[in-house]
Design a protein around this ligand. Sequence first.
Ligand code: NAP
Length: 309
Amino acid sequence: MQIALVGIGKIAVDQHVPAIAASPDWDLAATVSRQGTVAGVESFDDFTAMLDARPDIRVVSLCLPPVPRFDYAAEAIRARRHVMLEKPPGATLSECHDLEALAREMRVSLFATWHSREADKVEAARTWLADRRLRSLAITWKESVRRWHPGQAWIWEPGGLGVFDPGINALSILTRILPAPVHVTEAVLEIPENRQTPIGATLRFRHPDTTDVSAVFDWREEGDQTWMIEAETDGGTMRLLDGGARLEIDGTEVGDDHDAPLAGEYPRLYAAMARLVQSGGIDMDLSPMRHVADAFTLGRRVTVAPFLE
Ligand code: NAP
């Protein structure tokens, strides 16, 4: 199937282009970008122009930041294109619900992707937790915004999510691996005095078996980077490490280590999109985004030192 990639920025170049190139399902037929191009691929700098010029391209993948994404997605759906959305699927829950309703009306596929759910050991963690009783769970997601988001202004603007941009990846794993639902009961949002979005956040959740479920997101970590979920259960302890790439059960590493354990995430997302288009399905699980919205609703704001690039 032919696909168009929209927004040729960091994630498009790092992950989408290689995943499409390696896929037996997809042919990258066009790009839409104000600046970027992909060698050997027809490029457009206007989305409407691409939709008009290439009616043969039935699927578009949107790699834009969340705020501009709705207008592109709605236009694509109205033009009867199937749409794949980078995470988070939009800037607000309401616009995501509206997109889903529109996709149903226009009978096209719509996919809210959560790449971290496709990390190597997430499924093994889900299986292990399925028949155990949870005693506590702690998410620690600490990374350097300077290293991972250099010069990205949109992450600090309203709708840009700040530290929840990576934090929502942890929440996408949490909502996949826990058999029971959780909901946010408390949040603290640390917002630099010169920015609109948090640089740090702590969350607490209620779970049917325990209130000891928490998350710490921090963008000020310049040392070792940590993307970890630790769970204690009545049947042992589990540590999901490196964003879901590695798993330890009771201190013992599960499965083989390999060189690029996160390399399978985007190929698996594109394979899932191919299945969705073939079956005419819609996959719009908004649960990770709901927790972020709840944290912003309940969160106590604390002003912290200005963030200067
Ligand atoms: P980015 O490089 O800053 O931006 C991606 C592209 O979006 C830009 O190249 C630009 O495309 C387009 N864009 C930016 N602002 C726009 C606007 N106002 N209107 C229209 N187009 C606009 O961001 P990114 O890091 O790739 O992130 C994009 C999405 O992928 C985010 O939702 C992010 O959460 C997600 N994501 C990022 C990463 C990562 O490691 N960076 C990992 C996983 C997921 P053109 O200049 O080409 O027009």
